[in-house]
Design a protein around this ligand. Structure first.
Ligand code: OAD
Length: 242
């Protein structure tokens, strides 16, 4: 354990309300590709071609194939020790909220409960016209699939660039109330997730960041814990609540 990990463990032991804000780095050790690092999805694909309402309007099948490929990937992997550590943290604290930009639902599969999925959920679909959620099992959905209510094309239940995140108000409330914030595996360049972290910090929360490398947030947090979250987070949670 480093001094930084020990210091954070003490803060967590004394904390009442803790928020974790996560990004693709949380799932990297499960084998889910990140977006901007080496091998990242946006290194080989343009977001504008695959992750916007305009892309879906232009070539829905291409967009659908991209998301089915991601669904297959996520269905073939398992939560990693960082996801499990967050579940343990949730069970040990009076109040805990996990705000994630990830759409892979791995935190749910690890047993996490109070999770805000800012960017939606890869395993869900909704109508591209009436926005009605479509009932189906979390599996690969064939293209084209049409809305059970209005007959329009069904789309992935994720938030695309240019769209509003889901559950922003509860995420904001959690940031305004927490006394410890953990920022885990996000490059902190996509809004509004990045500014949510600043809000917690500004209202006086103690903030710790887990990442392989510095981000635009690093200068504004209290502790930076370098390394893969699957290895750096579990010992902190264990030390806080053993
Ligand atoms: P990024 O790919 O932008 O950033 C991943 C971050 O995780 C980087 O800062 C890495 O250094 C870090 N990282 C990688 N492996 C790690 C590990 N094992 N432990 C800790 N940190 C690790 O992913 P996000 O920040 O999640 O949105 O990206 C935000 C949003 O941009 C995504 O939700 C997605 C994307 O475009 C949409 O598709 C709308």
């Amino acid at each position: 354990m480093t001094d930084a990990q020990r210091q954070l463990a003490e803060k967590l032991t004394a904390a009442r309300k803790v928020v974790a804000l996560s990004g693709a780095g949380l799932s990297a050790e499960s084998g889910v590709p990140t977006f901007r690092g080496d091998g990242g999805l946006w290194r080989n694909h343009r977001p504008a071609d695959l992750a916007t309402p305009e892309a879906f309007a232009t070539d829905p099948q291409l967009v659908w194939e991209f998301y089915n490929w991601r669904r297959e990937k996520v269905l073939s992997v398992e939560p990693n020790p960082a996801h499990h550590a967050l579940t343990e943290l949730e069970r040990s604290l009076p109040a805990f909220c996990h705000i994630t930009q990830n759409v892979d639902a791995l935190a749910h599969r690890a047993g996490g409960e109070n999770i805000i999925e800012l960017h939606g959920n890869l395993m869900t679909t909704l109508c591209s016209a009436c926005r009605e959620a479509q009932p189906h099992a979390p599996v690969i959905v064939p293209f084209p699939t049409y809305c059970e209510h209005c007959g329009a094309l069904v789309r992935p239940g994720v938030v695309w660039f240019g769209e509003s995140v889901t559950q922003f108000e509860p995420a904001l409330a959690a940031m305004n109330e927490c006394d410890v914030l953990l920022v885990i595996g996000t490059s902190a360049v996509v809004q509004p997730a990045a500014s949510l972290a600043t809000i917690a910090r500004r209202q006086g929360a103690f903030a710790a960041e887990f990442n392989l490398e510095a981000t635009p947030l690093t200068d504004r947090i209290d502790l930076f814990i370098a390394g893969p979250a699957g290895r750096t987070l579990p010992p902190v949670v264990q030390a806080a609540f053993a």
